[in-house]
Design a protein around this ligand. Structure first.
Ligand SMILES: [Zn+2]
Length: 319
């Protein structure tokens, strides 16, 4: 049985502006933005981190209702076992790196154990999405988990209508953001990466989402830089692609100098999930002066095939 809602899977590397994009999508009629749902089990239920409204999931009216609707209450959910299943999906605690998960998802016969865990985790996600759809009444669920194995797992479910929102940002901008030391909510710091490592990661992740599109999964490609410059046009295009066309007044929260956000209930994601009121929308291009020429060259060299494909580099002959 397929559902009457679409799961719009935001697919991107980190540092691509997807939290803000998700919140803007969540303001559209018929849409609900729920953040990085794969972190509900560990970051929200176990660690007790706040959702976008500032409350813990156990105290948030929206998530409280979703928990009752989907599972009969969060106390009936074994968050540790769900976290373990998600870890097995990503091949954590195995010698195999994350990219090896993707062929296992596409070809379940390669490993029956993996396929079994994938099915169990998928069942859990379907119950969760069903609960979110019933409580919110939305027809488009915006899930910004982003990581390839999660997106693949959702799109592999025949009982879900997955649609990939592939968000790309210039690899040099991503690499520069990855060099910065940023304190996380709670404790510790965000993972820092060298520019070359960031570029290699950018390449495989974006290639993974292109593979999914080539296999026939409905996909909308959005460039972060285009989105912040023309948010109305891009939101209209995304909404049209998921069969939810917009009226002019649906975009009234966007002004020429920024956007006005309301209260959301996003799980995990960066601090933008807590922002309320007007916020400025501008492309972060600090990398143009922040990266050294050697770093810029290394990142460009590692990522050039897709940088060119996504229009960040001139193509020979201008095609
Ligand atoms: Zn909340």
């Amino acid at each position: 049985m397929t559902r009457d809602y679409v799961v719009l899977c935001v697919a991107a590397t980190g540092m691509s502006g997807t939290t803000l994009l998700s919140r803007m999508l969540g303001r559209l009629p018929g849409f609900v933005a729920v953040g990085e749902v794969g972190h509900l089990w560990d970051k929200s239920l176990i660690d007790g981190r706040a959702c976008g409204c500032g409350r813990r999931v156990s105290e948030c009216p929206f998530w409280g209702e979703v928990g009752r609707e989907a599972f009969g209450g969060w106390d009936r959910v074994d968050a540790r076992s769900a976290t373990g299943l998600r870890g097995r999906l990503l091949l954590n605690h195995t010698p195999l790196p994350h990219p090896f998960a993707l062929p296992l998802i596409l070809h379940p016969r390669l490993s029956s154990t993996y396929a079994e865990n994938l099915a169990r985790y998928g069942d859990l996600l379907v119950r969760l999405y069903d609960g979110i759809a019933r409580v919110s009444g939305a027809r488009v669920l915006v899930d910004s988990m982003k990581v390839p194995a999660h997106v693949y797992a959702v799109c592999a479910r025949p009982d879900l209508n997955g649609h990939v929102l592939h968000v790309v940002r210039d690899s040099r901008g991503v690499a520069y953001s990855n060099t910065k030391l940023v304190k996380r909510q709670g404790e510790g710091y965000r993972v820092q990466r060298t520019p070359s490592k960031s570029a290699r990661r950018w390449l495989w992740i974006n290639q993974a989402f292109r593979t999914l599109e080539r296999r026939g999964v409905p996909t909308t490609l959005v460039r972060y830089e285009t989105f912040v410059r023309s948010p109305r046009e891009e939101l209209r295009r995304i909404a049209g692609d998921v069969g939810a066309p917009l009226a002019e007044e649906d975009l009234a929260f966007i002004a020429d100098d920024g956007v006005t956000l309301g209260e959301d209930h996003l799980i995990a994601g960066n601090r933008v999930r807590f922002a309320k009121g007007p916020i400025v929308l501008r492309a972060d291009e600090d990398w143009r002066s922040g990266l050294s020429s050697a770093q810029r060259l290394a990142v460009t060299a590692w990522s050039w095939p897709l940088l060119r494909r996504f229009g960040y580099l001139p193509t020979p002959g201008g095609d």
